[in-house]
Design a protein around this ligand. Sequence first.
Ligand code: AMP
Length: 217
Amino acid sequence: MRLVFLGPPGAGKGTQAVRFARERGLAHVSTGDMLRSAVERGTPAGRKAKPIMEAGGLVPDEIVLEMVAERLETDAAKGFVLDGYPRNTKQARDLEGLLADRGLRLDAAVNIDLSEDVIIPRLAGRRSCPKCGRVYHVRANPPAREGICDDEGTALVQRPDDREEVVRERMRTYREKTAPLIAYYRERGLLVDVDGGGTPDEVYGRLGRALEAVRKK
Ligand code: AMP
């Protein structure tokens, strides 16, 4: 399957995308993870992206497109979960172009939704593995050993952009630039709504059922 995952920051899209991709043998392609890695390595793209990410804005489309195009070279045919891309309608059209070049198209755009008053405390407790990008929550989805990634044994960290004032700016960016993609994909008959409330297992159950319906269509 070829899927994109949409949703406001903190709705759980990363957690769901990682698990769904792993269990279905799909590539998990997260532009946020790729950008954080570029920032850490100090590449030219990373140096440009750093201040924008720290302020909660969107990195220029061309930078992200290049990263996604490179990953899709290998992963487009096998199937993928795009996590955090596209973030605006220009990127959605870029993605359509990348896939059309290979005679492919998306199967669905999954919109994991959650209200803002649930999101803010969720993000405050969020921790992630700096090595593999796996996402945890101190209460809702803790690792087996406190503060340590189950997969890598690495100490978990809090993302600098999970600070409250940056979260508010990321929400603003989401509402303005990314939320219009819901209508964009609905018009194309690709939108699948999934309620992001409850535990990660509950959301995962809903996601599986919703995508099973898509597969049968
Ligand atoms: P995420 O991990 O998906 O929440 O992304 C973290 C940050 O990386 C975002 O707040 C943006 O600054 C940047 N970013 C991630 N994906 C994109 C994208 N598709 N387009 C532009 N900026 C992005």
